[in-house]
Design a protein around this ligand. Sequence first.
Ligand SMILES: C[S@@+](CC[C@H](N)C(=O)[O-])C[C@H]1O[C@@H](n2cnc3c(N)ncnc32)[C@H](O)[C@@H]1O
Length: 234
Amino acid sequence: MLYYLVATIYVLVCFLLLIVVLLQQGKGGDMASAFGGGGSQTAFGARQGATVLSKATAVLGAYDFSGARTIMDVGGGNGSMTIAILERTPEVRGLVVDLPYIEGPAKERIRAAGLESRMRFEPVNFFERVPQGADVQMLKFILHDWNDEESVQILKNCRAAIAPDGRLVAVEMVVPEQIQPDFVHVMDLNMLVMTGGLERTAKEYETLFAKAGFRLSRVVPTESPFSVIEARPV
Ligand SMILES: C[S@@+](CC[C@H](N)C(=O)[O-])C[C@H]1O[C@@H](n2cnc3c(N)ncnc32)[C@H](O)[C@@H]1O
């Protein structure tokens, strides 16, 4: 009962916000930009650490990154997730790609973690390209920021750069096929309001990947509301 009350209030607030956002902007973007860009982006980047780590634990508990050679964290922010993976998998190397605004905080985190010899940051606009050669490309909380057309563009750039035996690992909430009360629907609306993005079903991810030359290979649930959605190049 409480769930429905909270959800209803949240939905109403989201609709009001949606109208305001549509009136003011009329365009999409990622969460960092949604917080206002510029200095707000930097603050968003600095805040990422704590929330990322709690989700990293759930992801690492469910999905095995050992056996990877180089993990490229596409839109990897300040590198917190990659640092968490590299601390558990000593043989793996890491590359974080994100916009230039977060280069300083990311490099500082890499240095503080003592991982400069295995991990680096490269400023990249993932709508233009991603660096070649990684065998694991991770997109954590990226695709839900963007509409289908934008997501396919990002995925096509990943496909052009992935190692032939590589895998793409997306971490997202997955909308159940059967309609049922689920927090993911609140998040779906939240993404629409904040970024113009959306949460998707596994089938919708499969379609998105196929348009970019990937085949969805499996969806691995975690102890958190987030799943690991794995795809292979075809
Ligand atoms: C929701 S955050 C996710 C960050 C990180 N993957 C995590 O899980 O905490 C989205 C990230 O995408 C990055 N981003 C947005 N647009 C980008 C672009 N065009 N090229 C590269 N990174 C971008 C943002 O700077 C931000 O770090």
